[in-house]
Design a protein around this ligand. Structure first.
Ligand code: NAD
Ligand code: UDP
Length: 311
């Protein structure tokens, strides 16, 4: 198949492109390189079935494809808050453009949505039928509401134009190819520990997240793309093992024993969700999927990646 991956030079997109090539598909990677990096896809460019196109998905795209994975969107708070209007445009205009492309080509299209659609949740863990608690006017809203609107567009194209859609809600994911300075907690703590800088916990570190290693996510994405036309989602893809941010900081320090870093506490950013953990019963039932990689195992590979970046 000829498969389009938007955001293909980013962290998750680069792993997805690699896996699709391994499965012998033709891959068209579209990215404007805002947070993505050509180094993430350097090894793929030798493959004749891989093509890279520098393009911003807020503008229309005319290509012929059989499947679309729509991942283009900055995902870390510092990057999506850098140009919030562009973030909303990428989610909303980008979705309209990619859905238009899917409508013309009749391609199956998968949207990379997010656990952020649940906002700062009152329901724990979060099942897909929870509508969420999102601040519509805060500093995270460009991302959260943009992604929520993209979900709306996907379901309206499905109902109105009978489009073959798939919507996944990705929970905090980490692994090699993450941007070293993107401000997300796993990359921040590892980079700080490797450089003997203070480990910056925002708030008192009692807020929780559930961390999924990228390989588990890719398996879930492929399973969703392959699933029966009847099952459109949204479906949560995440690791249900929950940690406090303080526990994560301690684990990273334990795994980089030579580090001289000390933990310090900084102000908690506005609207930072207190807790987050996916209910993955739907993914288990419909996709026969659940994550297999434990935090420690995933951290070993991620730490090794960041160590090599420094060389
Ligand atoms: P990333 O920032 O590494 O990748 C996003 C990619 O999209 C980058 O390569 C960037 O250059 C590209 N991009 C941004 N705006 C674009 C535009 N207008 N046109 C074309 N390309 C554009 O982030 P990631 O972690 O790989 O996230 C990929 C997707 O998964 C995003 O849609 C994100 O919202 C979603 N997601 C990620 C996580 C996570 O924990 N990593 C969690 C939930 C959802
Ligand atoms: N966080 C932190 N120190 C950092 C970076 C993040 O304590 O250096 C916290 C952040 O406030 C949040 C959690 O870690 O509570 C996860 O943050 P991240 O930006 O990785 O993801 P998100 O908030 O989008 O889940």
């Amino acid at each position: 198949m000829k498969i389009l991956v938007t955001g293909g030079a980013g962290f998750i997109g680069s792993h997805l492109c690699k896996r699709l090539l391994k499965d012998d598909h033709e891959v068209l990677c579209v990215d404007n390189l805002f947070t993505g990096n050509k180094n993430n896809i350097l090894e793929l460019t030798e493959n004749k079935k891989f093509e890279f196109l520098r393009h911003d998905i807020t503008f229309p795209l005319y290509v012929e494809v059989d499947q679309i994975y729509n991942l283009a969107c900055p995902a870390s708070p510092i990057h999506y808050q850098f140009d919030p209007v562009q973030t909303t445009k990428t989610s909303v205009h980008g979705a309209i453009n990619m859905l238009g492309l899917a409508k013309r080509t009749r391609a199956r299209i998968l949207q990379a949505s997010t656990s952020e659609v649940y906002g700062d949740p009152e329901v724990h863990p979060q099942p897909e039928n929870y509508w969420g608690r999102v601040n519509p006017i805060g500093i995270r809203s460009c991302y959260d509401e943009g992604k929520r609107c993209a979900e709306t567009l996907f379901f309206d194209y499905h109902r109105q134009h009978k489009l073959d859609i798939k919507v996944i809600r990705i929970f905090n994911t980490y692994g090699p190819n993450m941007h070293p300075n993107d401000g997300r907690v796993v990359s921040n703590f590892i980079m700080q520990a490797l450089h003997n800088k203070n480990i910056t916990i925002y708030g008192d570190g009692s807020q929780t997240r559930s961390f999924q290693y990228v390989d588990d996510l890719i398996c879930g994405m492929l399973a969703m793309m392959k699933s029966s036309k009847r099952f459109v989602g949204p479906v949560n893809l995440g690791n249900p093992v929950e940690f406090t941010i303080k526990e994560l900081a301690e684990k990273v320090l334990e795994m980089i024993p030579e580090s001289k870093s000390k933990i310090i506490f900084k102000k908690l950013p506005q609207d930072d969700p207190r807790k987050r953990k996916p209910d993955i019963s739907l993914a288990k039932k419909e996709l026969n999927w659940e994550p297999k990689i434990k935090l420690e195992e995933g951290l070993i590979k991620t730490i090794e990646y960041f160590r090599n970046l420094n060389k």
